[in-house]
Design a protein around this ligand. Structure first.
Ligand code: PHB
Length: 390
């Protein structure tokens, strides 16, 4: 039996859930499908810097009331280089801030709020393919929790299904996307310790980059630059702490038991197309940014805000004008975020073939940014997030 809905959304990550939430507020029904269980979605620990725009949308739409209690506002970051810390004061530079609120906490909030509103949200339902996207009745075929075939006919299909998107191929065809691989990765650790600083520390050191981030008053997240082929299990905890400490010269980290370690590969990707007929891709299905600029989830939210307005106009007003602009509007922001993430990455990391010239040029770049109000404002504006289209 074929089921019907207005918008079929593949993926219950931040992009898919927020889209369902915004559409519902406009009176548009949707079905959200995800291959994972609810528990998997709610417990996979991911990065968590939210731009002010993102927080405002979550708040205004009643999608998160824990962002201020479980999360915390940060009014700046520290750039550390040449043995000293240099604060970028967001509040002073641009009058805006960011929130440290891990992605899985956002997901818990969104899932709870959607289920309470009666959202058709199906976990453990992997999508096999989408079809008929160039007709007015695109379809999604999936396997339900009971193993039975699920077939959904919609007015529009959205792929919010992450970097291994099933919907992407239907939208981009053989065009794929623009791709860039980086010659390093991040070695990430989660540890039980108090925070080492009030704000995040992004550190450039002769041994390479380190990021000192946080999860809660008791749990901290830290990363240091490593080889993409690094085996995470070869180091002792002592070695990990020594490597981290060496990469934040002049600062002292609070140490504690390390209970998780992983290696995160770095890549940049932008799909050649985000829209084809009655199907679109958003979030990680459409793009990947390196984590240095903390743009991943925020970019997904921006895509969804733009797409939800276009879908409201299409499905309620019958006009495809905003939908025709969706790709250009979304891509303009995606490429700016791509550039910012690349810039933060290149300014802070050390490549294996870097010469002494390169190292000195990099320090001059960091001084150019931190020693001038305009330099600090440039970073602060991008980090806290450019305005969303009105
Ligand atoms: C994190 O807390 O995991 C995190 C924070 C900032 C980044 C990347 C990751 O730029």
């Amino acid at each position: 039996m074929t089921e019907r809905t207005r918008v079929a959304i593949v993926g219950a990550g931040p992009a898919g859930l927020l889209l369902a939430h915004l559409l519902d507020r406009a009176g548009i029904s949707s079905i959200v499908l995800d291959s994972r269980t609810r528990e998997e979605i709610e417990t996979t620990v991911r990065a968590g810097i939210l731009e002010q725009n993102t927080v405002e949308i979550l708040r205004e739409t009643g999608a998160s009331d824990r962002v201020d209690t479980v999360g915390s506002r940060h009014d700046g970051i520290e750039l550390r280089f040449d043995g000293a810390g240099h604060r970028i004061d967001f509040a002073e530079s641009v009058g805006r801030g960011v929130w440290l609120y891990p992605q899985h906490e956002v997901l818990k909030d969104l899932i709870a709020v959607r289920l309470a509103a009666g959202q058709d949200l199906r976990f453990s339902t992997p999508v096999a393919h989408v079809s008929d996207i160039e007709s007015d009745r695109p379809r999604v075929v999936a396997t339900g929790q009971d193993g039975r075939r699920v077939e959904i006919e919609a007015d529009f299909v959205v792929g919010a299904d992450g970097s291994r998107s099933v919907v992407r191929e239907a939208v981009t065809g053989s065009h794929g996307g623009f791709f860039r691989e980086y010659p390093f990765a991040w070695f990430g650790v989660l540890c039980e310790a108090p925070p080492s600083a009030h704000e995040l520390i992004y550190s450039n050191s002769p041994d390479g980059f380190a990021l000192i981030s946080q999860r809660s008053p008791e749990v901290q997240r830290m990363y240091f630059q490593c080889d993409p082929a690094q085996d995470p299990d070869v180091f002792s905890e002592r070695q990990l702490w020594d490597m981290l400490q060496a990469r934040v010269p002049g600062a002292t980290l609070h140490e504690g038991p390390i209970f998780q370690r992983d290696v995160l590969r770095f890549r940049s990707f932008v799909a050649h197309r985000l829209l084809k007929g009655r199907a679109a891709i958003v979030g990680d299905a459409a793009h990947t940014v390196p984590p240095t600029g903390a743009k991943g989830m925020n970019l997904a939210v921006a895509d969804v805000v733009v797409l939800s307005r276009a879908l409201e106009q299409l499905l309620q007003g019958g006009s495809a004008e905003l939908l025709a602009q969706f790709e250009d509007t979304a891509l303009a922001r995606i490429w700016k975020a791509q550039h910012f993430s690349w810039w933060m990455t290149s300014m802070l990391h050390r490549t294996a073939d870097a010469s002494e010239f390169d190292a000195r040029r990099q320090l001059a770049e960091l001084r150019t940014v931190t020693e001038s109000a305009a330099g600090r404002a440039y970073l602060a504006e991008a980090y806290t997030g450019w305005p969303l289209p009105a």
